[in-house]
Design a protein around this ligand. Structure first.
Ligand SMILES: *[C@@H]1O[C@H](CO)[C@@H](O)[C@H](O)[C@H]1NC(C)=O
Ligand SMILES: *[C@@H]1O[C@H](CO)[C@@H](O)[C@H](O)[C@H]1NC(C)=O
Ligand SMILES: *[C@@H]1O[C@H](CO)[C@@H](O)[C@H](O)[C@H]1NC(C)=O
Ligand SMILES: *[C@@H]1O[C@H](CO)[C@@H](O)[C@H](O)[C@H]1NC(C)=O
Length: 334
């Protein structure tokens, strides 16, 4: 009872959007889910509580590619005294469950972008709220998303146009950026890239609590562990399904699906610097991919990822990759 009161009082203090209703079917599905490495029991009692200082926004540019500068929401000096360049575009990178601000995602994507061009790379470090068990982390997503919305609103008030903003999120981070995009004051955000958006506890039904095509002008999704750790169903304007989008070559048994889940950000970071494009064929429809695991295609093609996002016909796209780096396959016909 005391615990319940504690929960209610701590939760009512914040603007709280639970990601999904508490659904016993999904709960059952995550109970068989591999347990998190270490759960901070203190945080367990305060599920859903994200302290503002648990979410940090770190700026990286070519002037400071390794040492991030803290930019604080509503703190104009922290922005003006940083290396933030208002002439350059903004890429916001958001990691997923059990990761943090210096995990391979975002690191490899940051490095790839800065290798090509000087950009304002903002890494959202929500490691404290992501390194709890999956259920808690998924509840934290909504709150982290709202804090990112406030941060973006702050950038807008300082003169940044959302036309220049591209949000990229992996796993639970894909839903963080989706929620952030949905609520931003002067949207829409130009582009969102969802890298294998997390599936457990998120469903197609409640689109306010997850990434969907209304969260930005252009939403592109790369599915690599669909039906397990990631969503299989299309969520964006353009959905890529490398190798069918469920299992990935080179991942062997991969019984927890983590190898396939991580391929999404590995493909994406490679695509930014690769001279070999990840060319995908457009499927007739989702059924063609769903029933055959691959697509003959309609004859139309589109490049997945890249330094400049390739806009094309909305739809479902299929491609094959190599089993290891470099993943992009050289086209023998060219
Ligand atoms: C667990 O989380 C609480 C609340 O954020 C924090 O004060 C404490 O230091 C954490 N403990 C460990 C072992 O990380
Ligand atoms: C930033 O300012 C806005 C508008 O005044 C306010 O709604 C929001 O809560 C503030 N956020 C933070 C983190 O200070
Ligand atoms: C980009 O990557 C290449 C190859 O790894 C490296 O030689 C070069 O120094 C990098 N450039 C920048 C600006 O990081
Ligand atoms: C599956 O592939 C076969 C052979 O290419 C094709 O005839 C069939 O139409 C495909 N199924 C769907 C549902 O598209």
């Amino acid at each position: 009872m005391i615990l319940l009161l504690l929960l209610v009082s701590s939760v009512s203090g914040i603007e709280w959007d639970a990601p999904t209703p508490y659904d016993p079917v999904w709960l059952a599905s995550v109970q068989t889910f591999p347990p998190a490495g270490k759960v901070n029991e203190t945080r367990l009692w305060f599920w859903g509580w994200v302290y503002e200082q648990d979410v940090q926004f770190k700026l990286f540019t070519r002037r400071n590619p390794y040492e991030g500068q803290d930019i604080k929401t509503n703190d104009t000096a922290s922005l003006r005294n940083s290396n933030f360049n208002f002439k350059n575009k903004v890429k916001v990178l958001t990691h997923g469950w059990l990761n943090h601000g210096s995990s391979p995602m975002p690191e490899s994507i940051k490095e790839a972008y800065l290798n090509i061009s000087d950009l304002n790379i903002i890494v959202v470090d929500w490691g404290n709220a992501a390194n709890v068990n999956y259920i808690l982390a998924s509840y934290n997503v909504a709150m982290v998303g709202r804090l990112l919305t406030e941060f973006l609103n702050f950038l807008i008030s300082e003169g940044v146009s959302m036309d220049d903003v591209h949000l990229i999120g992996h796993s639970l981070g894909a839903h963080v950026v989706g929620i952030a995009g949905a609520y931003v004051k002067q949207g829409p955000i130009d582009t969102i890239t969802g890298l294998d958006p997390a599936l457990p506890l998120f469903t197609l039904g409640n689109k306010d609590a997850r990434l969907d095509k209304h969260d930005a002008r252009h939403v592109e999704v790369i599915h690599t562990c669909g039906g397990y750790l990631g969503f299989a169903s299309p969520l964006g304007h353009i959905d890529f399904y490398p190798n069918g989008g469920t299992r990935q070559p080179g991942c062997r048994f991969d019984y927890r699906g983590l190898c396939a889940h991580n391929r999404a950000h590995m493909f994406f970071s490679e695509s930014i610097i690769s001279s070999v494009p990840f060319t995908a064929v457009r499927c007739k429809d989702y059924d063609e991919l769903y029933y055959n695991g691959s697509c003959q295609g309609t004859g139309e093609t589109l490049i997945m990822g890249g330094f400049d996002i390739h806009y094309g016909k909305d739809g479902i796209y299929y491609l094959k990759t190599n089993a290891e780096h470099p993943f992009a396959i050289v086209d023998e016909n060219s």
